[in-house]
Design a protein around this ligand. Structure first.
Ligand SMILES: Cc1cc2nc3c(=O)[nH]c(=O)nc-3n(C[C@H](O)[C@H](O)[C@H](O)COP(=O)(O)OP(=O)(O)OC[C@H]3O[C@@H](n4cnc5c(N)ncnc54)[C@H](O)[C@@H]3O)c2cc1C
Length: 379
């Protein structure tokens, strides 16, 4: 048992922090305000190896593994949650292809995702308008015709949907959860229609769109793994993804704590800095303690994943605890800012909005608790 990072891990985190603060942080407010993302940033993320952190070098990845992934993603999110979620979904998609795809598919597609070829990201298309938590109820279909599949259906809430080169689409080849298969659909395929962009509360620099499949034909070699493994593949990928959202939540929570610390020393009340008021010190203590506990849960899940262990329970624990610690941190930090926390002049207003979705996407807090309880009850 050792709580020390290796020299290499420390270097990776330091590099990610420096990159995030120098390159990403300055544009975060603008991305939020304009609901846009500078795609040049995607290339820079790729150049740093941040889009293929879970992919072997043989397929263009940086093979950093989950522990380094959480170190990096926390730093990216401290600077800009939108950038961190864009990065997270690229890694989520790439990790699924790496684990379940054929050699041919991995060789063809992974280098493009890891390098953000054409300044494109990757998208993970599971949710539909009528189902998110109950993903096994999805209705999109994939009908085989000769050496092709014809995809039909609508995917909802697709992160990176407007700027991806590859879409990982879960669609039904038969009834039931074991009738769900997975397909890679390249941008520009006839019948792949990018629908309306959502006008979101937070993480506005990351696009979220509907993806509509209208008689969209893909060659059968773009199927990921065998027919029927799509649901298992999605759930396995989400185990890893949830660790990433834990790290993202920690980044936003840490940024909120940092903003509180600055303000506490800047602002005075009753003739002394706010930092001298015990009621506010208690808030700082709560934020710092809960973020630290969340970090340990997230790191443990990442370490276990790197060791090849099953992390279904641990990933859900990390995600639910970190996203809720983040929610509390942004709330307390806003409270410390008083009225100034409620206006756009201070970054905490954006952090408060950015935090909210972490309790919803990649499985709501309620679903994480369902997963944890199932694992604990069945052990
Ligand atoms: C900004 C954003 C980005 C997203 N990105 C993606 C993406 O890239 N790809 C993708 O596939 N999806 C994505 N999603 C979808 C996201 O994962 C779903 O919104 C989420 O899983 C919840 O599904 P839902 O919205 O259909 O809510 P529902 O499943 O309808 O849930 C509604 C409420 O019921 C609760 N509930 C449901 N079932 C249970 C249960 N069994 N026990 C207790 N409570 C329950 C939920 O917790 C929630 O409070 C994104 C969503 C958003 C908003």
């Amino acid at each position: 048992m050792d709580f020390q990072f290796s020299e290499e891990q420390q270097m990776i985190e330091d590099h990610a922090r420096e990159f995030a603060q120098r390159v990403i942080a300055p544009g975060a407010a603008h991305r939020d305000e304009t609901s846009t993302f500078d795609r040049q940033l995607l290339s820079q993320l790729a150049e740093n190896g941040f889009l293929g952190m879970l992919v072997p070098e043989a397929y263009g990845g940086s093979a950093m593994g989950y522990t380094n992934y959480v170190l990096v993603n926390r730093q990216l999110a401290t600077a800009c949650a939108s950038t961190a979620v864009i990065t997270g979904v690229c890694n989520l998609t790439a990790s699924a292809i790496d684990e379940f795809g054929s050699e041919e598919l991995k060789t063809e597609i992974l280098p493009e995702i890891c390098s953000a070829k054409g300044q494109h990201a990757a998208a993970f298309c599971l949710s539909e308008p009528h189902c998110g938590s109950d993903a096994a109820a999805l209705k999109a279909t994939a009908r085989r015709e000769g050496d092709e599949y014809i995809l039909n259906g609508t995917k909802q809430w697709i992160t990176n949907g407007a700027m991806s080169g590859w879409y990982l689409v879960m669609a039904r080849t038969a009834e039931g959860a074991s009738g769900i298969s997975a397909f890679m659909v390249p941008k520009g395929t006839p019948g792949l229609v990018i629908g309306k962009k959502e006008d979101k509360m937070g993480q506005r620099g990351s696009d979220t769109v509907q993806v509509i499949l209208e008689n969209c034909r893909v060659p059968s070699r773009f199927r990921v793994g065998d027919e029927g493994i799509g649901f298992r593949m999605a759930m396995t990928a989400l185990d890893g993804g949830r660790i990433g959202i834990g790290a993202l939540s920690l980044g936003v929570g840490t940024a909120a704590l940092n903003e509180a610390l600055v303000y506490l020393n800047e602002r005075e009340a009753f003739g002394k800095p706010l930092s001298r008021l015990q009621a506010l010190q208690n808030m700082v203590a709560d934020m710092a303690t809960e973020l630290e506990a969340a970090w340990l849960l997230t790191l443990r899940a990442a370490l276990m994943k790197d060791a090849g262990k099953s992390v279904t329970k641990e990933a859900s624990m990390a995600k639910v605890f970190a996203s809720e610690a983040c929610a509390k941190a942004v709330d307390l930090s806003l409270q410390i800012h008083g009225g100034y926390g409620y206006v756009k002049e201070y970054p905490i207003e954006r952090l408060y909005r950015d935090a909210r979705i972490t309790r919803i996407y990649e499985g709501t807090s309620e679903i994480q608790r369902v997963v944890i309880a199932r694992e604990v009850l069945n052990r």
